[in-house]
Structures are given as structure tokens and as C-alpha cells.
Design a protein. Structure first.
Length: 149
């Protein structure tokens, strides 16, 4: 059992994934949806995007859809948060499309975002199967005339 847990945790830590840079703590990711025609406060080029936050503890504990943001071109971590009020004002000014383009979170991102729980289910299932298998082997190997415990 201990070997299996160590093996699974080791594989989770060693397998390269898109989220491998942040295996412990919070990781924010901005995905590009569409370009925008106005610059940011410092003159930087912007794009309309959506932000996803994943909390990691060896594997993904949870994934949160943070909604629309304005991402900074050339800096994957920089963004400006968009509240519903800011979106409404920008749409009325013609700076953002109305309606906003739809986006979807890829199923692989959900799988990675909740991977800790998937590994936990596999470890528990394996433990139960192994315990049942060892118990069945013990029953078939007992000496004739001995009581079952």
C-alpha cells in the first residue's frame, strides 16, 4: 500500500504537464479569447481573456472559473480584472463586443484541476482490491481443520 502511494505521488510530481510549474499553491492562468483595440493604462497591448485559478497540492484540489479579464500581451501572468460594471461601461463605449464571446474550459483542465481527488480514489480502490485479494488468498491457503477468523 505504501509503495503504491509513493509511486502515484512520484508519478504525479514527475510527469510533465501544462500545470507542472505550480504543484503546490494557487496558479492563475489567463486564456486569450479575442484582441481588443484599446491599450492598457501603461500603453500595453491588451486582449479579452478568461482567468482560471487552480489550487495545487501535489495534484489539483479545485479549479475556479474567474470570468472575463483583460490580459496583457506578452505577459501570461498580468491581467486587469473586469467586473460586470466595467464590462457594461466598456460595451456601451464600443470598446468590448456586445455580447461578449463565449468561452469554454477544456475538459483536460478540469481533469488536471481535480486530479488530486482522482488519484485519491485510485489509491483507495487499489487498497480495497489488494485487501480483498490478500484475504481471499489467506482463506484458500488455510490448513484443513482450522477456523476462519
Amino acid at each position: 500500500m505504501k509503495r503504491l502511494v509513493v509511486l502515484l505521488l512520484g508519478l504525479m510530481l514527475l510527469v510533465p504537464t501544462a500545470a507542472s510549474a505550480a504543484r503546490f499553491g494557487k496558479r492563475e492562468e489567463v486564456q486569450r479569447i479575442a484582441p481588443v483595440s484599446f491599450p492598457g493604462p501603461s500603453g500595453e497591448r491588451l486582449y479579452l481573456g478568461n482567468k482560471i485559478t487552480t489550487f495545487w497540492l501535489g495534484g489539483g484540489l479545485y479549479l475556479k472559473d474567474d470570468g472575463y479579464v483583460l490580459g496583457v500581451v506578452g505577459d501570461d501572468k498580468a491581467y486587469y480584472a473586469l467586473t460586470p460594471e466595467k464590462i457594461d461601461v466598456a460595451q456601451k463605449a464600443g470598446l468590448l463586443p456586445d455580447p461578449l464571446p463565449a468561452y469554454q474550459i477544456h475538459p483536460i483542465q478540469y481533469l488536471l484541476g481535480y486530479s488530486f481527488w482522482l488519484v485519491l480514489v485510485v489509491v483507495i480502490a487499489w487498497s480495497l482490491i489488494q485487501a480483498a485479494w490478500q484475504k481471499s488468498r489467506a482463506v484458500t491457503r488455510r490448513k484443513p481443520g482450522t477456523a476462519l477468523t
